[in-house]
Write a protein that binds this ligand. Structure first.
Ligand code: FAD
Length: 206
């Protein structure tokens, strides 16, 4: 028979950004008992916390489900690795740390196709509410949420800041060479387990 210790109001499956965010919101109410289940291990693997360390996390069973695609005729029958995070923090523990939103026009098109609440003006307040942007509140950014974002060098003023973000700088330059739009806004820490939240806030809650 289940003991009272094992009775929960909510069970959240998967401790990626979405699961962490949801669990964090739910257990902000001390009366609410929340169980957050994660198939992967803890996020105390060093490469998770080093920018561009994702190169050592992808394809690594410590942090990745190590999925493979079906053999692709368009790739001469090759099968490709398809990384998905299997660790506290989910894919945000193995991702590129780029802070990037979808295209406004995509959201508007989804709304036009009969999905109320999906227009850009509907979702922008939610993005802003989740964000702690380095430049403060503005029309398009929020500064009071849990997901920190920071600017990468070039604009970082101190040598130590430039050093700290050197890897991110290389990434940005690479994307320019690859004819992708340069991105200058990164998640400012590689502490992903509670991605989207203040640092490890709910890990200590009962
Ligand atoms: C290699 C890579 C690079 C990326 N780079 C960027 C980037 O630079 N910028 C950006 O914005 N986004 C990036 N992304 C995308 C971003 O990380 C994801 O969109 C985001 O993490 C999705 O969050 P999620 O919570 O929906 O799912 P996930 O992060 O996938 O989390 C799901 C969690 O559920 C767990 N789980 C699954 N099944 C079970 C089960 N049955 N029981 C218990 N637990 C389970 C998984 O182990 C995982 O931890 C990248 C993704 C990858 C894979």
């Amino acid at each position: 028979m289940a003991s009272a210790d094992h009775v929960y109001d909510y069970v959240v499956v998967g401790a990626g950004p979405a699961g962490c965010l949801l669990a964090n919101r739910l257990c902000a109410d001390p009366a609410c008992r929340v169980l957050l289940l994660e198939a992967g291990g803890r996020d105390n693997y060093p490469w998770i916390h080093i920018p561009v360390g994702y190169l050592y996390c992808i394809g690594n069973p410590r942090t990745d489900w190590c999925f493979k695609t079906e053999a692709q005729p368009g790739l001469n029958g090759r099968s490709l690795g398809y990384p998905r995070g299997k660790v506290l923090g989910g894919c945000s523990s193995i991702n590129g740390m780029i802070y990037m939103r979808g295209q406004a026009s995509d959201y508007d098109r989804w709304a036009e196709q009969g999905n109320p609440g999906w227009a850009w003006e509907d979702v922008l307040p939610l993005f802003k509410a989740s964000e702690r942007h380095y430049a403060g509140n503005s029309d398009v950014h929020g500064a009071d949420g849990g997901l920190s974002s920071n600017v990468i060098p070039g604009t970082s003023s101190t040598p130590s800041a430039r050093l700290r973000h050197k890897a991110a700088s290389i990434r940005s330059a690479t994307s320019t060479v690859a004819a992708m739009k340069a991105v200058d806004t990164f998640r400012s820490t590689s502490v992903p387990a509670c991605a989207g939240m203040p640092p490890k806030p709910f890990c200590d809650r009962p």
